[in-house]
Design a protein around this ligand. Structure first.
Ligand SMILES: *Cc1c(COP(=O)(O)O)cnc(C)c1O
Length: 390
């Protein structure tokens, strides 16, 4: 314990110590009560406000009443309820694929899928800014990891050429990057994967429900559904509850049933969560106005920050970072915003490269336009007072 205490003290000395923050109450309008103060929550992934939608909550309750609070077993044992079957069919339809498989979390979907599909003798090409669960899945698989600089297609092509002898080649990218809020060059990635006979896997965690006419994500928005071999996503963000998924070819899904250890050796997702997912999928398809509102608000927000001279790192989405640089200054910026009723989290290394610490804002369609424009003004004024921007 003494050693652990010393390590924590070393983190503290570099402004890298993390602490849990209690949320005392979740409020409508994308707000929370923390430390006795109501704050606009600019750190949530509940992008469409569906976690508090009465229809979603009602569906969760109804599923619990009908099927129980838990599934009782893993999917291959006796936990595969008709409810799982129905939600997976709806999900495949939503994604425009033949089949789909639900995992307990998005993290487990990445770890289980990657380690099932590749192993020693294979090469995985992964964007440097991909989510940690992708990195962990590659490590677990034993495949060779080739990380390419963020969105660097030339470097990726060079690596693909050098990996000609590999058994399998797998390109993986986030579609919306969780740290910078920018987009993957998906059209070019699809061309490269075809040219080099690789698979293309796209993690749409932050795009599902938000991008595309039906809300399917970036692949849908760009008409690339068939070009992507492995569509990964989560229900824990815009869909408002919990769980991860993979959608694609029927044979891919059958294979994952047999080989994805995080699917096989974990209890099936609980019925109330499936009830919530089933309802949220319907709302996402039927109410495009939610994502259109979010897209419009995000654009206003980004424009306001950019015209104040702040560096938003190329964000094109509802995830909008403001680059600060040093860790302690970033913490101070976030703390000052907190004092003014804005809940925003400082991202520091190792989440971001050293010297590139930032405060990240994520917007939700649950938030009123007035609240968002007030937040933007507070951010700009606070940044100015700290000598950020122009
Ligand atoms: C959040 C996230 C995950 C993990 O999903 P959970 O359902 O929260 O486990 C995976 N990939 C990306 C890109 C994410 O942002």
């Amino acid at each position: 314990m003494e050693e652990l205490t010393q390590e924590l003290a070393a983190l503290d000395a570099r402004s890298l110590r993390r602490r849990l923050q209690v949320v005392d109450e979740v409020l409508p309008g994308g707000k929370v009560r923390v430390a006795g103060q109501v704050r606009l929550n600019l750190s949530s992934n509940d992008y469409l406000g569906l976690s508090l939608d009465p229809r979603v909550i009602e569906a969760a309750c109804a599923a619990a009443a009908r099927w129980g609070a838990g599934a009782g077993a893993s999917r291959l044992v006796v936990g595969h309820l008709a409810l799982h079957e129905a939600v997976e069919a709806r999900l495949a339809d939503f994604k425009g694929t033949e089949a789909a498989i639900i995992f307990p979390t998005g993290y487990m979907a990445n770890v289980g899928t990657i380690s099932a599909l590749v192993g020693p003798g294979d090469v995985v090409f992964s964007d440097r800014l991909n989510h940690a669960s992708i990195y962990d899945g590659i490590k677990l698989s034993g495949a060779v990891l080739q990380r390419f600089p963020h969105r660097d297609l030339n470097r990726l092509e060079q690596l693909l050429r050098e990996a000609g002898g590999a058994r399998r080649r797998l390109i993986i990218t986030d579609s919306v990057f969780s740290v910078d809020g920018d987009l993957a060059p998906l059209t070019d990635l699809a061309a490269l994967k075809a040219r080099y006979g690789a698979w293309l896997m796209v993690d749409e965690a932050h795009a599902t429900g938000v991008l595309g006419a039906k809300g399917g994500g970036l692949a849908e928005a760009l008409g690339l559904t068939r070009e992507v071999d492995i569509h990964l996503g989560t229900f824990s963000k815009a869909l408002g509850s919990q769980g991860g998924f993979v959608a694609g070819d029927r044979r891919l899904v059958d294979y994952l049933h047999n080989r994805a250890r995080s699917f096989i050796y974990s209890t099936a997702l609980a019925p109330p969560v499936l009830g919530a997912i089933d309802q949220a999928l319907q709302i996402v398809v039927q109410e495009p106005e939610r994502r259109l509102f979010l897209q419009r608000q995000s654009e206003n927000f980004r424009q306001g920050l950019v015209s104040a001279g702040l560096d938003i790192l190329g964000s094109e989405t509802q995830i909008i970072p403001v680059l600060v640089g040093e860790n302690d200054r970033t913490l101070k910026f976030a703390a000052r915003l907190m004092d003014q009723g804005l809940m925003a989290v400082a991202l520091r290394p190792p989440t971001v490269p050293p010297g590139r610490a930032r405060v990240r804002f994520s917007l939700s369609a649950a938030q009123a336009a007035d609240d968002l424009s007030r937040a933007r003004e507070v951010i700009v004024a606070t940044a100015r007072a700290m000598g950020l921007g122009s």
